[in-house]
Ligand binder design. Structure first.
Ligand code: ZN
Length: 81
């Protein structure tokens, strides 16, 4: 017999969801602005410009600009770990 409301089920779901989120951002690369050296960190995003935390650099809209110096995505380079 399975219980109708297993309290551990929800907890497990939350845990696995958090784990997935951490896993995803782990694979996301940081990008550095070649003009001002500002770093885009996918885990942080750019909330002031409407980029939610967890957004990969590749998924940022092409009209997004560096929040510091205002250059476009084409002036960003992949930041090695
Ligand atoms: Zn910049």
């Amino acid at each position: 017999m399975t219980k109708k409301n297993d309290p551990n089920k929800g907890l497990y779901y939350l845990r696995s969801k958090k784990y997935c989120k951490l896993k995803n951002t782990e694979f996301m690369k940081k990008y550095r602005c070649e003009v001002c050296d500002w770093i885009y960190d996918p885990e942080v995003g750019d909330p002031e410009s409407g980029i939610a935390p967890g957004t990969a650099f590749e998924d940022i809209p092409n009209d997004w600009l560096c929040p510091v110096c205002g250059v476009g995505k084409e002036d960003f380079v992949e930041e090695p770990d």
